[in-house]
Design a protein. Structure first.
Lengths: 373, 379
């Protein structure tokens, strides 16, 4: 193998670019799948999805470097937390009586979040030492945070608009995206932050295999493995479980699924949470590869993942994955082989979008007829 | 009636949001400063502001200038050239400053300089190195060297001291400073018998550089010149290391920030960059400055932007006192006549192009510190 790549350095360069593209594509895939699933169930393009990816990365930074200073918390924080607990109890009692109480749960969550995030001063602490356990815990924390956020966004911003013209929800989605971005700038600070090392030895010895001039970096392999693992888990959930069957039913025919006894609200929430968990994971993975995290980092990758979902056929999960890998590889090839290609790399996604909409609007794997918004 | 009351209430709330106008009192001299306190190059603005404030403290403790205390009014431009224009307009029109200090980044200085020139308010940039900045007009000055010298100095160092001949350049296409340095570095290399075998670009804000780095690696350079700002530089060095690029990276003063080490970590080890000063320098002025800075800012080691902000503030105060007045023309003439001003970063003489002639320090990164390697004097 080493001889092959030393003999043909152009082949080595091509394979290297392919690996770069696959790694980029894996991250786009994690975000694109969320877009496509939400479109599938609600026919809504959730523009705020890219910002959930950003929140995942930010959660990673907070988990690694920030510590809450409980002593600095005032009486108001304790009051809010107590209130949150009371509301939760109220919700539990309603549930026990068989009545609706989801809004109470969301209120309790919001109160707790304002208390812990807003009223407790967070101080820069000692970063956790890198280890596989840290990696798993940070990933878990990011998944939890982004999942919760996805659930709350759906409940507060999109569910009230369920019976209104779809354009209202679309505009709301843009509003939520801006809220997260500029709110993030206000809360986290607009200055990019450095993401600390998660896995021991990753930066000191970054290559996994070396075949002559071809170097396979550990971080790209890790990203591909984690992304593929999550894809398989998602496929298992969607294809082999009852919830997955209900999800497919709802995305096929919303009203009929409701008539068949599927609790559509629960399924929609589940879809959002699932998509957000994947996006949060994407945020952590990308932060390991390019450890610069800032509140607007989700804007461009979110748009590109949306394009990837459209390319693969919006509403189709395998389509989103295929579209994302295709987009990642194309972007890297344009940057790597065209003269001045690196200046056009961001434009590639949008050229592809226009091309797809002109030539085959339903995308590669799409089957739905085009619908008017 | 109900709507009238409602509107009145809204106006009442909005009036609370009107910011208090910072205005120098009659017994104070108002000097404006616009810097990137937040955003992609936040450490530049924060450092230069800290240096300037240290200088203001020292000057005011000695009685101020022309018997009046100095009041430094700072505007944040968020690392964006559009905001730099707004910041300078506000300083000139609302805060009525008599002179302006700023900016570190050449792109933002270039955006704001026409405003200062038009309003005839002298502007002194502590660290903008692109030659176009002072060409905007005769009211625009700088207290540092310019990029033809910087690009040539790094090229000369790499070819003569490190004995390298084949270079790749990876520059930021959206950044005037980076574009300029790439031009001057390439020119020097080509006219002195070296080769530029790869010339790639990126944009400020990019996260993924592996495509261009793979292309550069395939060309086989002996060193890569990355004249960008510290955030991207850190990422570029990391991704280069991941791709197995073992050759040293070279850079300019845009590398000088603690964030280079925080983002780049192991990957920036063994890289060289040109800068305005090194905290290890053996001169008494440098040692004094480092000591006072550490005392005021709790143990933080000053970077080049801090010392340049400090020197620029002292130079501005000196010019005002030599001018004997706070009129723009007088200050401008005094600045233009500066000869051998004893700055902490070196002796500052403003030449006919309103630039300063100062030596360049070459630094090498070892661990999480930049060590002094060589001084290159202007010819």
């Amino acid at each position: 193998m080493i001889h092959l790549f030393t003999q043909f350095p152009h082949l080595a360069e091509f394979v290297q670019q392919l690996i770069n593209g696959l790694s980029l594509g894996a991250i786009y895939a994690l975000i694109a799948v969320g877009y496509t699933m939400v479109y599938g169930v609600l026919r809504l393009i959730n523009f705020a999805h890219g910002d959930i990816y950003m929140i995942g990365a930010m959660t990673g930074i907070y988990a690694m470097t920030q510590r809450p200073d409980w002593s600095g918390a005032g009486l108001s924080m304790v009051i809010l937390l107590a209130l949150s607990g009371l509301v939760l109890l109220g919700a539990a009692s309603q549930r026990w009586r068989g009545r609706k109480c989801e809004y109470l749960v969301v209120i309790a969550l919001l109160l707790a979040e304002v208390a812990v995030l807003g009223l407790v001063p967070w101080r820069h602490g000692e970063p956790c030492p890198p280890s596989w356990l840290t990696f798993v815990m940070v990933l878990g924390g990011a998944m939890l945070a982004s999942g919760l956020l996805g659930y709350q966004i759906e409940f507060i911003a999109y569910r009230p608009l369920r019976n209104q013209p779809r354009i209202n929800a679309l505009i709301t989605a843009i509003g939520v995206s801006m809220f997260l971005e500029f709110g993030g700038q206000r809360y986290f600070g607009a200055t990019p932050q450095a993401f600390p090392q998660l896995i021991p030895g990753l930066e000191q010895h970054p290559d996994l295999f070396k075949f002559g001039p071809l170097v396979i970096p550990k971080v790209d392999t890790l990203i591909l493995c984690v992304a593929l693992l999550m894809m398989f888990a998602l496929r298992h959930i969607v294809m082999k479980t009852r919830v997955g069957m209900a999800l497919r039913a709802v995305s096929h025919r919303f009203d009929t699924a409701a008539l068949m006894g599927v609790d559509v609200n629960r399924i929609v929430s589940f879809t959002f949470v699932l998509g957000s968990i994947l996006a949060g994971t994407g945020g952590i993975l990308v932060a390991m590869r390019s450890p610069k995290v800032d509140p607007i980092m989700g804007l461009l990758p979110g748009l590109k993942a949306f394009v990837a979902a459209v390319l693969g056929g919006i509403g189709s999960i395998p389509g989103a994955v295929a579209g994302a890998f295709l987009l990642g590889i194309t972007e890297v090839m344009v940057a790597g082989y065209f003269p001045h290609g690196s200046q056009y790399r961001d434009g590639v996604a949008f050229v592809i979008l226009i091309g797809v909409l002109l030539v085959k609007p339903s995308g590669l794997f799409g089957s739905n007829a085009s619908e008017k918004v | 009636m109900k709507y009238f009351a409602h509107a009145l209430a809204v106006l009442g709330f909005m009036s609370v949001m009107l910011p208090a106008q910072a205005h120098a009192a009659d017994d104070e001299i108002g000097i404006g400063e616009f810097a990137s306190m937040t955003g992609a190059t936040a450490t530049f603005g924060i450092s230069s502001d800290e240096g300037a404030r240290l200088a203001v403290e020292e000057i005011n403790a000695k009685g101020g200038v022309l018997g009046r205390q100095i009041r430094l009014i700072v505007e944040d431009d968020q690392s964006k050239p559009e905001e730099a224009v707004t910041a300078v307009q506000k300083l000139i029109n609302q805060n009525k400053v008599c002179a302006i200090l700023g900016e570190i980044a050449s792109s933002r200085s270039l955006a704001a300089a026409p405003v200062c020139q038009r309003c005839k308010v002298p502007m002194l940039s502590p660290a903008s190195t692109n030659p176009k900045v002072t060409k905007v007009g005769d009211y625009i000055f700088r207290a540092c060297f310019i990029d033809p010298f910087q690009g040539g100095a790094m090229a000369g160092f790499a070819m003569n001291q490190l004995k390298l001949g084949k270079f790749a350049v990876f520059y930021d296409v959206k950044n005037d400073y980076s574009v300029g340095l790439r031009e001057f570095f390439s020119e020097y290399v080509k006219t002195h018998g070296g080769q530029i075998i790869a010339d790639e670009s990126y944009s400020e804000g990019d996260q993924d550089f592996k495509a261009q780095l793979t292309k550069i690696k395939a060309a086989g350079p002996e060193a890569i010149y990355v004249p960008g700002y510290y955030t991207e530089v850190g990422l570029i060095c990391r991704q280069a290391k991941e791709l197995g690029i073992g050759v040293p990276m070279l850079g300019g003063d845009g590398w000088d920030s603690e964030q280079t080490f925080k983002i780049g970590r192991e990957a920036v080890n063994g890289c060289y960059f040109t800068n305005h000063y090194s905290p290890d320098e053996d001169r008494a002025e440098v040692k004094d400055f480092v000591e006072h800075y550490k005392k005021k800012y709790t143990g933080k080691t000053p970077d080049a932007m801090a010392i340049l902000g400090y020197d620029a503030m002292h130079l501005m105060a000196d010019a005002i006192s030599r001018a004997g007045s706070t009129k723009g023309k007088a200050i401008r003439d005094a600045l233009a006549a500066t000869r051998n001003f004893p700055g902490a970063s070196g002796s500052i003489t403003i030449d006919a192009d309103r630039n300063a002639r100062k030596p360049i320090i070459v630094l090498k990164i070892e661990g999480d510190k930049a060590k002094f390697v060589a001084t290159i004097k202007p010819n």
